[in-house]
Design a protein around this ligand. Structure first.
Ligand code: GBH
Length: 447
């Protein structure tokens, strides 16, 4: 039996583009994802987020369902082009009003809101100006952050600036898998640096304003382990670690850049202005960690710019999710331990953890997803073990509350605690939702 502390925070997470739909309703501007999904062969089966779960029009019922499921916290993300259709200047009052009502509805049901300012849906107008490789976007982001804080920070006290800047920069600008679909290593590193700087500018506004609460950044920190102890495998693993961890955490926490790695990258390294580092250093009250899987890394001369080949690692007795990711609950503990030793034991929330599985609904649409329960239980047990070992983890959010649009994989992946029928939009809690309610209620579980 493991017991969590009284103040441990439990919740679920979702993101705007993946659930809201209403892609052009009430004055919302287009985002880079609205553009991307309309281009041929970008998204599996040409699925789009035009409707998704239509959460925009089901918000009140959705929040009532969350309350029924006993959820104390809901982590959502704000669509920038819904609030500021062209990414600068004029606001869209109806867009802002949606989030205002969402927050009030959550609070009325006793659910506390956690909000993220950026989960990949950049206003298309800003991509037309060059997107994240363009330094001026850092000021656009800061302006947008100020507008949102002014409207909502009286009621939201837990904030994140960016969700997974690695994904936004490297899948968006480096590998062309995500919007805006660009393949350019230098652009990716430049985008990542600008997201850090934009984060820092938003945090400065938050700290100088009289807002009450915590603000941080969310990173996708999958676990990586070397294929062998050969020096070239160790070096390749270190480069993958540098790209996913060090380029963000070194400036944020240690106030330095990973210079050795940037030297190795040569012309791909980002351009940095004097003063950026000082501005970025020390700008997280907490770190959000999204953990899903573990990869084994081997040196490979044709392995892209990192010269690394990643193979999914599956822990003994476990298997793969439908994403093709190897399940390794122990990887979460290893990641948390690593942050403790390499990054001064920062305050952490697990801001996403979950799995996509081949859910089979019965004739009533009910899914008895015992595999998902096993996945979540095992990860909670490993997280708890890391806490016992001294990791400063203060909360945990399941990805995701609903089945939703899994980006370039469309609706082929089901991550939800609640099943969504994408024809009727009916929501049906899965077995895992009831299990999670019990964990939260008792604040403990059997390992
Ligand atoms: C999270 O990202 C997202 O925040 C969320 O929106 C999403 O729905 C959820 O997870 C489930 O996927 O280099 O192409 O092999 C997941 C983080 C980290 C997934 C990197 C893919 C390897 C991509 N990801 N990972 S690739």
């Amino acid at each position: 039996m493991i017991q969590f502390s009284k103040n441990f925070l439990w919740g679920v997470a979702a993101s705007a583009y993946q659930i809201e739909g209403a892609w052009n309703a009430d004055g919302k501007g287009p985002s880079i994802w609205d553009t991307f999904v309309r281009q041929p062969d970008r998204v599996l089966n040409s699925h789009t987020g035009d409707v998704a779960c239509d959460h925009y029009h089901h918000m009140e019922a959705d929040v009532a369902l969350m309350a029924e499921l006993g959820l104390p916290w809901y982590s959502f993300t704000i669509s920038w082009p819904r609030v500021q259709p062209r990414g600068r200047g004029a606001l869209n009052p109806k867009g802002l009003d949606f989030y205002d009502r969402l927050v009030d509805t959550l609070l009325a049901h006793g659910i506390r809101p956690k909000a993220t300012l950026y989960h990949w849906d950049l206003p298309q107008a800003l991509q037309d100006e060059g997107g994240w490789p363009e330094r001026s976007l850092t000021d656009r982001f800061a302006e947008y952050a100020r507008v949102v804080f002014d409207k909502l920070a009286d009621r939201i006290h837990l904030w994140a600036t960016f969700n997974e800047p690695w994904v936004a920069a490297f899948l968006g600008y480096g590998h062309g898998i995500h919007a805006p679909g660009i393949c350019n290593a230098q652009a990716a590193y430049q985008a990542a640096h600008h997201m850090l700087l934009a984060h820092a500018k938003a945090v400065q506004i938050f700290r100088e304003g009289d807002y009450d609460g915590e603000i941080g950044l969310i990173l996708n920190l999958n676990h990586v382990q070397p294929a062998s102890n050969r020096p070239e495998d160790l070096a390749a693993t270190e480069r993958v670690y540098a790209e996913t961890h060090s380029i963000f955490l070194d400036p944020l926490i240690h106030g330095c850049y990973p210079e050795a790695f940037y030297n190795w990258l040569g012309p791909h390294a980002p351009r940095r202005a004097a003063g950026d580092l000082t501005q970025i250093h020390g700008t997280v009250d907490y770190l959000g960690i999204n953990y899903y899987n573990t990869d084994t890394v081997a040196y490979d001369i044709s392995g892209g710019w990192l010269k690394a080949r990643l193979t999914p690692y599956v822990a003994p007795g476990w298997g793969f999710t439908t994403m093709g990711w190897g399940i390794n609950p122990y990887g979460l503990r290893a990641r948390l331990r690593d942050l403790q030793t390499r990054y001064n034991n920062p305050k952490l929330y697990i801001t996403e953890n979950g799995c996509a599985l081949p859910d089979q609904p019965d004739e009533n649409g009910f899914v008895a997803d015992y595999e998902r329960i096993a996945f979540l239980r095992a990860h909670l047990c490993q997280m708890h073990a890391a806490i016992e070992e001294g990791a400063n983890v203060q909360g945990y959010f399941v990805w995701s509350i609903f089945d939703n649009l899994e980006w370039e994989r469309g609706y082929s992946q089901r991550f939800g605690l609640v099943r969504v029928n994408f024809d009727t939009l009916a929501r049906i809690p899965k077995q895992s939702a009831y299990w999670y309610r019990q964990v939260i209620q008792h604040n403990r579980l059997e390992c």
